[in-house]
Design a protein around this ligand. Structure first.
Ligand code: 13P
Ligand code: SF4
Length: 302
C-alpha cells in the first residue's frame, strides 16, 4: 500500500510538535507541505522564534545549522543528509583566520552561506536581503566579506564609502548564467523585467532591472505591473511565483539555474525525517556560542 505522505507528515508533525521550514528553492511538493516557505533570513528568524520542539529544515546544511545555533534546545533535522552548499565549502575557518591576520583592522562579515566554524570567526553575518544594511551598520571602514564574491561586489557598489575585501567564493548555480543568455532572452521578451539574485556574476548583474534575495524577488514580481518577468535565480522559486501571480508569465533566465543540493529533499525524506527523527544537526558548543553572536548581531539590525 502506498503511503499518503501529506497525511502522514501532518500526523507526525503534531505528534512531534514540529515545524517544517522550507527554502524558496525547494521542490513544489516540499514547499506545499511546509509551514513556512521563505528566504534565508525569514527562515533564520522563524527558527529563532518558534515554540515548536522540532524544526525540520528543508534546505541545505548551513541553513539547518544556523537554526540549531539560534535554537540550541530544539531538535533540528535536515531531511536530506548530504544537502550541502558548494559555496559554503569554499571557505574554512583556518583560511579565514589567515586573511584576518593580513587585515587586522578590518571588520569581518560573513554571508550565512557558511559553516558554524566560519561564522564563529566573524563579527556579524548577513543574508542577501540585509547585506547592504549590515555593512552600513559597521563603524570599520575596511571590511572582509566572505565567501560570496558576487554578493560582495554588489554590496561594494551600494556602499562605496567602505573598502570591501572580497573572498573569492561563488554559487556554482548562479555562476552558470552567462551575459549572452540574458541578452538572448531579453530579445525574445523585450517588454519583460529581469529580476535577479546578486549571487549572479557581476557582468550579469549589470543586465538586471532588480537585484535582491529570493523573497525580495517574489515581492517585486507581485508589485510590478509587467506581465512578463525573467527570473535570474534558482528554478524552485517559479512555483511560488506562479501561485502568487497566475496571470503573469515567468521565464527562467537560464536552464542552468538548478541547484542540485536544493533538489535533494523529497517529500519522502521529510516523512522519514519526522518518522525516524533523522538527520539531527549538532554543533560543538564553543563554536555555537561564537557563531550565535554573529547571527544575533545580524538579527538585531535587520
Ligand atoms: P536567499 O533565499 O536568502 O536569497 O538565498 C539564496 C541562496 O542561494 C540560498 O542558498
Ligand atoms: Fe549554495 Fe548556490 Fe545552491 Fe544556494 S543555490 S545552496 S548558494 S549552491
Amino acid at each position: 500500500m502506498s503511503i499518503n505522505y501529506k497525511e502522514e507528515i501532518k500526523k507526525l508533525k503534531a505528534e512531534r510538535n514540529a515545524i517544517i521550514l522550507a527554502h524558496n528553492y525547494q521542490v513544489p511538493e516540499v514547499q506545499d507541505i511546509a509551514d513556512v516557505v521563505g528566504d534565508s533570513f525569514a527562515l533564520s528568524k522563524h527558527a529563532a522564534e518558534t515554540d515548536h520542539e522540532v524544526i525540520v529544515f528543508c534546505g541545505v546544511h548551513f541553513m539547518a545549522e544556523s537554526a540549531k545555533i539560534l535554537s540550541p534546545n530544539k531538535t533540528v533535522l535536515l531531511p536530506a543528509k548530504d544537502a550541502g552548499c558548494p559555496m559554503a565549502d569554499m571557505i574554512t575557518a583556518d583560511k579565514l583566520r589567515a586573511m584576518k591576520a593580513q587585515y587586522p583592522e578590518a571588520a569581518v562579515v560573513c554571508y550565512v552561506n557558511s559553516s558554524a566554524e566560519v561564522k564563529a570567526e566573524c563579527d556579524i553575518c548577513c543574508t542577501s536581503s540585509n547585506a547592504v544594511k549590515v555593512i552600513q551598520s559597521l563603524k570599520a571602514k575596511q571590511i572582509i566579506f566572505a565567501p560570496d564574491e558576487n554578493l560582495g561586489s554588489f554590496i561594494a557598489q551600494k556602499v562605496p564609502e567602505k573598502e570591501i575585501i572580497l573572498w573569492k567564493g561563488f554559487c556554482i548555480t548562479h555562476k552558470r548564467v552567462k551575459a549572452e543568455e540574458v541578452l538572448k532572452i531579453k530579445e525574445l521578451h523585450p517588454e519583460a523585467k529581469i529580476l535577479m539574485h546578486p549571487e549572479c556574476s557581476v557582468e550579469v548583474q549589470k543586465l538586471a532591472d532588480f537585484l535582491g534575495s529570493t523573497s525580495e524577488i517574489i515581492k517585486k514580481a507581485k508589485e510590478i505591473p509587467e506581465k512578463d518577468i525573467i527570473i535570474g535565480t534558482e528554478e524552485g522559486i517559479m512555483h511560488i511565483l506562479k501561485k502568487q501571480s497566475p496571470d503573469k508569465r515567468f521565464y527562467l533566465l537560464s536552464p542552468g539555474l538548478i541547484c542540485a543540493n536544493m533538489k535533494k529533499t523529497r517529500i519522502e525524506d521529510v516523512y522519514l525525517s519526522l518518522l525516524n527523527m533523522q538527520h539531527e544537526i549538532k554543533v560543538d558548543e564553543d563554536i555555537r556560542v561564537k557563531a550565535l553572536k554573529s547571527l544575533e548581531e545580524m538579527l538585531k539590525i535587520s
